[in-house]
Design a protein around this ligand. Structure first.
Ligand code: G3H
Ligand code: ZN
Length: 275
């Protein structure tokens, strides 16, 4: 069933658990994440990034498919637009019935980020759509591990008050697209932000964080946990193994099926880790 990100994140925040948010690139990701959530009996967030939209050439096909998978689920599922820098893409997502969006103005000068984020909040809230924003750019999208960015607790509190966002992504030591799980999170900073920010906090670049690091981050006050690269590693590893085991394979279902199953199993394990 379709659910509200704001409500699920607030419930998880109050319960002291994490809310898994996983990136949908192909339809197989959406079905794997929902099957894992149904097995675990937990909610899940299916997120579609602006980069995934560029890959598909349009938002509608992948978004409508994810919404259909979410509606048919027996657990609460959010379909979320991730890292949208293009405000027209946000408008299109709202029209398509998406539940929440991340407006990512983290690369903009501070005043412009605040102003555009507030405008996106007004537009989305008028349509009943929740908004996540980012303060303190989480690096790594250029392929370089850059865990140095930090969000200031006072800035974060002022940003949430100024913009009215429902969730806030913070820079606390993680970095996007890591293929090793050895990022060191600043739990003291997470606690300091948590103490002054009233909305649930989001960790981007969670692929680079170990299981123990993730448990520590949830304990310190992180709620929404964004994972993409790690599950892509699992997916592609299973594809490689299937093709190597049977080099004459032709039917794409024969190598996609084990990849989907491997992603489902790892997602199930992560969802249990977060509770
Ligand atoms: O928004 C998505 C995430 O922050 C995923 O980052 O690929 O490093 O796990 P990751
Ligand atoms: Zn991210």
């Amino acid at each position: 069933m379709l659910a509200s990100l704001r409500e699920l994140a607030l419930a998880a925040h109050q319960a002291g658990t994490g809310l898994g948010a996983f990136n949908v690139i192909h339809l197989e990701h959406a079905t794997a994440f929902v099957r894992a959530a149904e097995r675990a009996g937990t909610p899940v967030v299916l997120q579609i990034s602006e980069n995934a939209v560029k890959y598909h050439g349009a938002l509608e096909p992948i978004c409508v498919a994810a919404l259909a998978v979410a509606r048919a689920a027996t657990v609460p599922v959010v379909v979320h637009l991730d890292h949208a820098e293009d405000t027209d893409l946000i408008r299109r997502a709202v029209e398509l019935g998406i539940g929440s969006v991340m407006y990512d103005g983290s690369k903009l000068p501070d005043a412009e980020n605040r102003e555009t984020t507030a405008a996106m909040v007004a537009l989305c809230h008028a349509a009943g759509v929740d908004v996540e924003a980012e303060l303190g750019e989480v690096g790594g999208k250029n392929g370089v591990h850059d865990p140095s960015a930090r969000t200031s607790p006072a800035d974060a509190a002022a940003f949430v008050a100024d913009t009215g966002v429902d969730l806030l992504a913070v820079a606390v030591g993680s970095s996007h697209a890591m293929t090793t799980r050895d990022a060191h999170l600043d739990e003291e900073l997470i606690r300091a932000i948590r103490a002054v920010v009233p909305v649930p906090l989001v960790l981007h670049g969670s692929s680079g964080v170990s299981d123990a690091g993730m448990r520590g981050a949830i304990g310190a006050g992180i709620t929404k946990i964004n994972v993409s690269t790690h599950l892509n590693q699992v997916f592609t590893g299973a594809v490689r193994a299937a093709l190597a085991a049977e080099p004459a394979l032709v039917d794409s279902r024969k190598w996609l099926k084990p990849a989907r199953a491997a992603v489902e199993d790892e997602t199930f394990r992560l969802l249990n880790l977060y509770r």
